[in-house]
Write a protein that binds this ligand. Structure first.
Ligand SMILES: CC(C)(COP(=O)(O)OP(=O)(O)OC[C@H]1O[C@@H](n2cnc3c(N)ncnc32)[C@H](O)[C@@H]1OP(=O)(O)O)[C@@H](O)C(=O)NCCC(=O)NCCS
Length: 173
């Protein structure tokens, strides 16, 4: 099992097939999916598929969303990480997108921001990236707060899947 990062309260490691129950708890929650433009999962097979999809990205791109584990309790709380986006999105292609998604009972503890800051630092120092981008539904205020607390700068509004979104960016320090 590969561990990529440790922060004060978190371990960031690869997402494993054995995370399927926690991934299902995450993705079957309608509140988690409120601003994600898709439907919550109803079958554990959906979670198995998404885990395989993420693990394939590790192989193909050397990076992908990582499991966020509570250092003290060893619980899987959600995921955060960089994804190489190969589809044209707001006139960008082959860029690194910062994303995060946490099981609801772990919201409100600063974990997403703690993970995001560590990931951004990894992107610049280890991966030598010049820019990291992120997007969020304009109404996803919790997510926008995480982006701003992590140092990303608002660039513009744009439409994604016919919904208004914000586009954020951080450049190499
Ligand atoms: C987006 C999401 C990850 C944000 O989670 P979050 O827990 O609100 O974000 P943070 O980790 O930054 O935590 C912030 C809160 O923790 C509180 N907090 C408590 N203890 C803290 C600590 N030790 N350090 C920092 N913040 C702390 C902060 O006060 C803040 O609450 P506030 O916003 O009410 O002031 C979460 O809402 C989520 O998973 N949503 C569903 C998926 C999603 O929308 N993903 C983004 C798609 S663009």
């Amino acid at each position: 099992m590969q561990i990529f990062l440790k922060t004060e309260r978190l371990i960031l490691r690869e997402i494993l097939p054995s995370d399927e129950m926690e991934m299902f708890e995450l993705d079957s929650d309608k509140d988690v999916h409120k601003y994600l433009g898709n439907q919550p999962f109803t079958r554990i097979d959906d979670s198995r598929e998404i885990i395989s999809f993420i693990r394939k990205q590790y192989e193909d791109a050397g990076i992908g969303r990582w499991a966020v584990i509570n250092k003290t309790t060893n619980e899987f709380m959600g995921w955060a990480g960089l994804k190489l986006v190969k589809d044209l999105t707001n006139y960008h292609i082959n860029y690194y997108d910062l994303g995060y998604r946490f099981i609801k009972r772990y919201w409100g503890n600063g974990y997403a921001t703690e993970a995001a800051k560590a990931i951004i630092s990894y992107g610049f120092s280890q991966m030598k990236l010049n820019e990291i981008y992120a997007m969020a539904d304009v109404n996803n205020l919790k997510s926008i707060k995480v982006l701003e607390k992590s140092g990303l700068i608002y660039v513009e509004d744009f439409d994604f899947q016919k919904e208004p979104h914000v586009w954020y960016k951080i450049s190499k320090p």
